[in-house]
Design a protein. Structure first.
Length: 87
């Protein structure tokens, strides 16, 4: 079986920590450039909802990473179809 590693932190990905987006909470996720960390964009109603999502994230559960939560209120979009992110 081929081993896969997190592109952000280099941690070996297993069934316990590889993560999924089964609930559809993540809009995008991936490594930062340079690969010193990663980023997840979540659509949530409030901070409590974000905290609940992060509490279930495999990298959080397995103690692999710490999270810094930053809010965003988008006002411009490169394409009108991206406006659906706010709904």
């Amino acid at each position: 079986m081929e081993q896969k590693f997190c592109q952000s932190c280099g941690t070996l990905l297993t069934d316990d920590n590889k993560g999924t987006n089964d609930d559809g909470d993540f809009i995008v996720s991936g490594a930062q450039t340079p690969r010193i960390s990663g980023m997840i964009m979540i659509k949530a109603e409030n901070r409590a909802a974000v905290d609940a999502i992060i509490a279930q994230a495999p990298f959080n559960i397995n103690g692999i990473t710490d999270y810094r939560i930053v809010g965003l209120a988008p006002t411009m979009f490169c394409e009108s179809t991206l406006y659906c992110l706010l709904r």
